[in-house]
Design a protein around this ligand. Structure first.
Ligand code: HEC
Length: 158
């Protein structure tokens, strides 16, 4: 019991040091244009947009047509954005992109187009407000994310 006390007392100090010195976060991306950081940020934002739609589609939260529509609009806008941040050779940590992204650019491009089309379709269908139409359109997008990840994204390096 006694030996715990100093540890507990110094914990807030350590947290403070992390915040002020930024010594506990990921390493800064020093590569020109920061492509890995930027594409991962867009893809994280994509997930944050896509997830709440999935929760509605599965009936885990009430379907709110206006909110769903604005998420679908945002997903469509995001769907074209990550791909310029995959310049050749940008495979440094913490990237999970597989070398095949650059070895087979035509296939990678095709996976992007399948996804972009599916996101546009979901956005169009969202305007009907009909869950029966929205559900399969949502799954189509989800399948396009998964198919690309299977082919082009490797295990986490973190
Ligand atoms: C055309 C291929 C492709 C499509 C489509 C795609 N992704 Fe990805 N995604 C990748 C690749 C490649 C990476 C790895 C990027 C890196 O780490 O450099 C990635 C990374 C991510 C990450 C970053 C987290 C991590 O550690 O890998 C998230 C989150 C993510 N994708 C979500 C999605 C979602 C959600 C969709 C669909 C709405 C989607 N992606 C569609 C290829 C794709």
């Amino acid at each position: 019991m006694l030996s715990l006390k100093p540890t507990l007392r110094s914990a807030p100090l350590l947290i403070g040091a992390c915040l002020t010195l930024a010594g506990c976060g990921p390493k800064p991306d020093t590569h020109p244009g920061q492509p890995v950081t930027r594409r991962r940020a867009v893809l994280q934002e994509t997930l944050r947009t896509f997830e709440p739609m999935g929760i509605m589609v599965r009936g885990k939260s009430p379907y709110d047509a206006a909110r769903f529509q604005s998420l679908a609009d945002k997903l469509e806008a995001l769907s074209t954005q990550p791909w310029t941040f995959f310049p050749p050779g940008s495979t440094y940590s913490p990237s999970r992109a597989k070398p095949v992204v650059w070895q087979n650019p035509a296939k990678f491009k095709q996976a992007q187009e399948t996804y972009i089309k599916a996101a546009a379709h979901l956005d169009a269908v969202a305007k009907t407000g009909k869950l029966d139409l929205i559900r399969p359109a949502y799954l189509q997008v989800s399948d396009s994310c998964a198919a690309c990840h299977k082919a082009f994204r490797g295990p986490s390096v973190l």
